[in-house]
Write a protein that binds this ligand. Sequence first.
Ligand code: MG
Length: 225
Amino acid sequence: MALLTFTDSSRTLQAGKIICLGRNYLEHAKEMKAEIPKEPVLFLKPSTAIIPSGGTIIIPPFSRELHHEVELVALITKAGRKIPRAAAMTYVGGYAVGLDMTLRDVQTEAKKKGLPWTVAKGFDTSAPLSPFVPAAEIPDPHALDISLRINGALRQQSNTRHMIFRLDEIVAYVSSIFTLEPGDVIFTGTPEGVGPAVPGDTIVAEIPGVGRLTNYIASAISDAR
Ligand code: MG
């Protein structure tokens, strides 16, 4: 069971649902040649997908195209459903930097066939997550620089002010569908610049003030015993 930790080691929480937004940055929607959504596009990952900083992301044997997506992640620390937008931020108790690792070839095939994204998005090791900074330390979650480097080369760089749907709106919308519980996390979408990560690569994802992740890429095929 994945345990979520805080940077100030104030407490730990059992990881619950992982709710993710697709296409929440205009420039990313454009690079995917996807429509700009009128309401949040949601998908889920299992909590078993979580790995910590320092962990290795394993590309499953049925994929040849792993993509990186760096995202701001919000932690729910209070239970609620049908949360009004005005109260939404009181349900967010922490922030982390996360990676929504995606098997792009599997996802493209699923999109073509009208099938769910579950395998492409929810495989083991698909959700690297830093420790959480208490929300009180982040006065404005919509003013954070966010970046990702592979082997030192800058691949993604943006700011959370470019989100299409803001966090209060996201929490209100998500809670109108799923009851939220302490330990649930919300991946808020990735900015532009997504691309491949291959075995041997080192990914460093960073949101200054929130966290930094270092993760390694390996292939399940080369690991096969
Ligand atoms: Mg994503």
